[in-house]
Design a protein around this ligand. Structure first.
Ligand SMILES: Nc1ncnc2c1ncn2[C@@H]1O[C@H](COP(=O)(O)OP(=O)(O)OP(=O)(O)O)[C@@H](O)[C@H]1O
Ligand SMILES: [Mg+2]
Length: 369
């Protein structure tokens, strides 16, 4: 019974879209390692407004890299969240990431759309860490380059990963209408921010970092495009694991020890030393990625470094990163440019700013009907 209702609703929605009675709506779903985030954004003219946001924690070890360890639990959590979250649609823009994805800028000869597509396929084949025939490819034209050709950003994902992640979301009438790489989604949100806050002719490079639970995404934005992306499969979870190992406590206790301070912002000495050592490791990875970027582009004019992700709250992380890169660090606040429904409290907005950026970027994507 429930199923047939959903089918009718689905058909109706498509029907109405066809006749242009409602604008196509979408929710952004980011399946992170520690939690799933779902966002709905309304677009009015040039402005965006967050109308709904939901975060649901995932059980420990649900996902490792892009290996889904607990598919049934994740499916149930996502399906309940979409159903009960008060969203106006169950059409999804899904975020994808991991070692079986790639985002890369390519320099191509250019030409007609068809010629460009051929070049994308031809070039991508050389860079993909997996066979072209097993992948989904997307490309975005950046513009002409000084060599007379064109710059293109190519995003690719291995098909079986896409199928696996889609399967986590598509239950009870939810449909994945479009998928995007998490790195591209977060870049889109950030570029929107730059467009609204910086002079039109300021195209200097900016670093954007998402320091999550299992991964750290490093992106260089230049000319308002993500021209260099690196995903490091290491995040704040390493701190939790190290606390578990060194102190012989379980996962929940270790998370608690990592996050709970004494009221004056202090943590026990042994926890601080674990955090310091892992901060240094992550910062060294960020530095390495930045050095690769500089040597590939000769561009060392960094206009700013913006950070997001739950783990940037690790004590001393921001200070140490700032010293290492010799640049001021800004905690990226999407709500300087994105409006929000009045139902969100200051506390909600602060939490969403830390952990929600990928889902906001996914929710901003419009769907072609
Ligand atoms: N106050 C805090 N101090 C330090 N770390 C924190 C704090 N609050 C949350 N975290 C950590 O932030 C991480 C969750 O952040 P986030 O939601 O950005 O990750 P995720 O999206 O689930 O993971 P990923 O993107 O790596 O798949 C967890 O590892 C959690 O322990
Ligand atoms: Mg994340």
């Amino acid at each position: 019974m429930a199923n047939s209702n959903i089918e009718v609703k689905d058909i109706l929605e498509r029907f109405r879209e066809l006749f242009g009675l409602i604008s196509p709506k979408i929710i952004g779903v980011d399946i992170g390692q520690s939690s799933v985030k779902i966002a709905e954004i309304e677009k009015k003219g040039d402005s965006f407004k967050l109308v709904k946001f939901l975060k649901k924690d995932l059980p420990e070890g649900s996902i490792v890299e892009d290996e889904v360890q607990k598919p049934d639990e994740i499916k149930q959590i996502i399906s309940a969240a979409i159903k009960k979250g008060g969203f106006s649609t169950s059409q999804v823009c899904l975020g994808l990431y991991g070692p079986n994805t790639i985002a890369r800028k390519l320099q191509l000869a250019g030409g007609s759309e068809e010629e460009l597509e051929d070049q994308v396929f031809w070039e991508a084949e050389q860079y993909l860490p997996f066979p072209l025939e097993d992948s989904n490819l997307d490309h975005h034209l950046v513009g002409e380059n000084i060599g007379g050709g064109v710059d293109v950003i190519v995003a690719a994902i291995k098909k079986d990963v896409m199928t696996k992640f889609k399967g986590l979301v598509e239950a009870d009438g939810s449909v994945v209408k479009v998928a995007d790489l998490s790195s591209i989604a977060i870049s889109n949100l950030f570029i929107e921010h730059i467009n609204q806050t910086q002079d039109e002719d300021d195209n200097r490079s900016r670093m954007l970092i998402d320091f999550g639970s299992q991964k750290t995404i490093f992106i260089m934005i230049k000319n308002r495009m993500p021209i260099f992306v690196k995903e490091v499969m290491m995040g704040g979870m390493v701190v939790t694991e190290e606390i578990q190992r060194q102190l012989g406590v379980n996962f929940a206790e270790a998370e608690d020890l990592k996050i709970t301070t004494d009221g004056q912002g202090n943590l026990p000495e042994e926890i601080v030393s674990i955090i310091n050592s892992i901060n240094q490791t992550i910062i060294a990875e960020i530095r390495k990625a930045y050095d690769i970027y500089i040597s590939a582009t000769s561009d060392d004019d960094l206009a700013g470094c913006y950070v997001t992700g739950g783990s940037i709250r690790l004590p001393k992380f921001l200070d140490s990163l700032s010293k290492n890169l010799n640049v001021d660090i800004t905690v990226f606040n999407p709500f300087e440019t994105i409006e929000y429904a009045s139902s969100f409290t200051e506390e909600d907005l602060s939490e969403i700013a830390y952990i929600g950026a990928v889902s906001l970027g996914l929710a901003m994507r419009s769907v072609e009907v």
